[in-house]
Design a protein. Structure first.
Length: 133
C-alpha cells in the first residue's frame, strides 16, 4: 500500500510534505525502513526542503525534518539524524518557530553522544546565534 501512496505523492507534489509526515510517523511507530521511499521521492523532497512554497508547507517542513531526524536516529544512522536535526534547527530559527526550536534542542541533546566534533560545533554556533537575538 505504501508504494501506491508514494506514487500518489509523486502525482500531487503539494501533498508530499504532509504525506511524508504521515509516512515517518508510521515508520517510527512500526520500526519500518522507508529508505526506498526517500530515494524515490528524493528530487521532490530536495526541491521542497530548499524552497518551501508557502508558510503552510514551511510548517509541515519543520515537522517533516524533525521526524526525518528521529527516523534516522531509530535506524541508527546517527550522522544523518544529527545533520537533519541541525538543518531543522536552522530553519526553525528563520521561521521563528519556537515550538520546533525547543523540540529540536531536546532532540539534539538526546543525540549528543553520537555527534561528531563538527556537528557539535555547528550546534554550538547555532546556540550562540540565539543569544545574539
Amino acid at each position: 500500500m505504501l508504494k501506491e501512496y508514494v506514487q500518489y505523492l509523486k502525482q500531487y507534489p503539494r501533498e508530499i510534505i504532509a504525506g511524508m509526515v504521515t509516512i515517518f510517523e508510521s515508520a517510527i511507530k512500526n520500526n519500518l525502513s522507508i529508505e526506498w521511499a526517500l530515494t524515490d521521492l528524493s528530487d521532490e523532497l530536495n526541491a521542497i526542503e530548499t524552497y518551501p512554497d508557502n508558510k503552510i508547507t514551511a510548517r509541515y517542513l519543520m515537522r517533516y525534518l524533525c521526524l526525518f531526524s528521529l527516523y534516522k536516529f531509530y535506524q541508527e544512522d546517527y550522522k544523518d539524524a544529527i545533520d537533519k536535526n541541525l538543518e531543522a534547527l536552522a530553519s526553525s530559527v528563520v521561521l521563528g518557530d519556537n515550538i520546533s526550536i525547543k523540540k529540536l534542542i531536546a532532540l539534539f541533546e538526546s543525540f549528543r553522544e553520537f555527534a561528531n566534533s563538527e556537528q557539535v560545533k555547528r550546534y554550538q554556533k547555532q546556540m550562540k546565534k540565539f543569544l545574539e537575538c
